[in-house]
Design a protein around this ligand. Structure first.
Ligand SMILES: Cc1cc2nc3c(=O)[nH]c(=O)nc-3n(C[C@H](O)[C@H](O)[C@H](O)COP(=O)(O)OP(=O)(O)OC[C@H]3O[C@@H](n4cnc5c(N)ncnc54)[C@H](O)[C@@H]3O)c2cc1C
Length: 463
């Protein structure tokens, strides 16, 4: 028998949950289907929440970056510490899953467990525990997320070769870890395991870490990593992976062979579209398997929308949520949230963190803008000195003629939080004068904004 809904959402990750809640808030009858028994998607149970909890635990347990301040380095029992951290991670995951479940219940959204596929006439067929269900909907939203991309030829069946999700199941901290990929996920894991005491080598075919961030910030992060003992190899590819006399071997394009205990391939993500019946439903995907949508998140099939990782970059939970909300509003002509933020902040949770919003110095130059920049160094910041965390800076990129802020870049502790102040000024189309005139609490890391603006003014004056 057919069951009728205004909206059926496939996938209860950040995009699906927020879309469902948005539509239900405005009175729509909504069902959300997920093949996992626990809602929250990858973000809650396999990526964002577990990695952030692991990172927090690593910093707390090792006193990383603060050890030398008090001469109190903690010795970890490397054989058991990951199991203990996993217990904590599992607690936080359960809290996150419960929060999603509670949000769905509060909005009167029906949560259905099962694998969903599209059928003719905007019907969603759910195969799960119990009998098959057919849900008819005015609108269907596909929010099925992504999974780690596994490059061909890499033996992921080897227990010591991991992708960005399976690495979370490690039982022991590896003595020697090779991370292949210097994007956000690679940088995050490489620095977490460095904090935990692994000997880490990071390899990337690009010529720097995090190619999308400001070049100066990327170089400064690389300096912090190498200063802490990480080995970085750029412009290098892994040509083969295998075992020789029992030892794991990674052969590089330089001819060098690395013999780590464990290898992590952080090679990006691929959309989860298999078994959804997209082709039959007339939903077009691009050459990389991502669902094609317009600016309202409408796919090529009438009444079918898509949002989140399944439509491709940036692959952030934060952005996925906003896409889900906009898709729901657009699908039902709800005049509430019609476009996604054009200046989203990006947070990279490496140790130290990176935050950015707006243009990099390179992008401003490419756009032919006569731009200047200013830096507030944490080495000169009272709070950072007290914390013993003086690596990094706040960097402002602004137009020379009217000092209009174009981009904000932060490297350092709490960069993912600090970035929001810069983002707010960018949204208000403000100038760096705001930071000159505003009074900041002292001591705070935020005060580095003021000194970045002062340095910018000095550069303008040619000093
Ligand atoms: C290591 C790592 C760390 C990250 N850290 C952060 C971070 O700190 N901050 C941030 O903003 N982003 C982070 N991300 C990115 C973030 O995890 C994703 O952008 C986010 O999960 C995407 O949300 P989504 O709703 O599109 O999909 P997902 O979270 O992938 O959820 C999709 C859901 O769809 C379900 N599903 C799939 N197919 C079907 C089907 N056929 N039927 C029924 N259900 C189905 C799945 O079970 C899943 O629950 C991280 C990613 C990685 C890999």
């Amino acid at each position: 028998m057919n069951e009728r809904y205004d909206l059926v959402v496939i996938g209860a990750g950040p995009a699906g949950e927020k879309a469902a809640a948005q539509a239900a808030y405005f009175g729509k009858r909504v069902a959300i289907v997920d093949r996992s028994p626990e809602p929250g998607g990858n973000a809650a149970s396999r990526t964002g929440v577990p990695t952030k909890t692991l990172r927090e635990a690593a910093l707390y347990l090792t006193g990383f970056g603060r050890r030398e301040l008090y001469g109190l380095g903690l010795e970890l029992d490397r054989a058991t510490v990951l199991a203990r951290m996993r217990a904590r991670t599992s607690e936080v995951v359960q809290l996150s899953v419960a929060a999603v479940r509670e949000n769905l219940e509060r909005h009167g959204i029906e949560l259905i467990q099962g694998a969903a596929r599209l059928a003719e006439g905007r019907e969603v067929v759910v195969t799960g525990p119990g009998k098959e269900r057919r849900l008819a909907a005015e609108v269907v939203l596909v929010a099925t997320g992504s999974r780690p991309y596994r490059p061909p030829g890499i033996p992921f069946e080897d227990p010591n070769v991991h992708d960005s999700e399976s690495i979370l199941r490690l039982d022991e901290i590896p003595d020697r870890l090779v991370v292949v990929g210097g994007g956000p996920v690679g940088c995050e894991y490489a620095s977490i395991f460095l904090a935990l005491g692994s000997d880490v080598t990071l390899v990337d075919r690009a010529d720097r870490l995090l190619p999308f961030v400001d070049g100066e910030i990327s170089r400064a992060l690389a300096e912090v990593f190498t200063g802490r003992g990480m080995r970085l190899q750029f412009g290098v590819e892994v040509t083969s992976v295998g075992r020789r006399r029992g030892e794991l071997e990674l052969v590089l394009s330089t001819g060098e062979t690395l013999r780590p205990e464990t290898a992590l391939f952080a090679a990006g993500r691929a959309g989860t579209t298999e078994g959804l019946g997209l082709e039959e439903a007339g939903v077009e995907v691009d050459a990389r398997g991502r669902i094609v949508v317009d600016e309202t998140y409408r796919t090529t099939a009438e009444g079918i929308y898509a949002a989140g990782d399944v439509i491709g970059p940036p692959g952030l939970a934060s952005v996925s949520m906003e896409q889900g909300r906009v898709a729901a509003c657009r699908a039902f002509d709800i005049p509430f949230k019609e476009t996604v933020d054009q200046l989203p902040p990006i947070g990279v949770y490496s140790i130290p963190e990176v935050g950015m919003a707006g243009m990099t110095e390179e992008e401003a130059a490419e756009a032919g803008i006569d731009a200047e920049s200013g830096r507030g160094w944490f080495a000169a910041n009272a709070r950072a000195r007290i914390m013993g965390s003086t690596d990094g800076m706040v960097k402002l990129v602004f137009r020379r003629d009217d000092r209009r802020l174009l981009g904000v870049h932060v490297l350092g502790d709490d960069a993912s939080e600090l970035i929001h102040l810069g983002q707010a000024i960018l949204h208000q189309r403000g100038t760096i004068d705001y930071f000159i005139h505003a009074t900041f609490n002292v001591p705070t890391l935020s005060e580095a904004y003021k000194y970045a603006a002062y340095e910018g003014l000095q550069r303008l004056a040619g000093r």
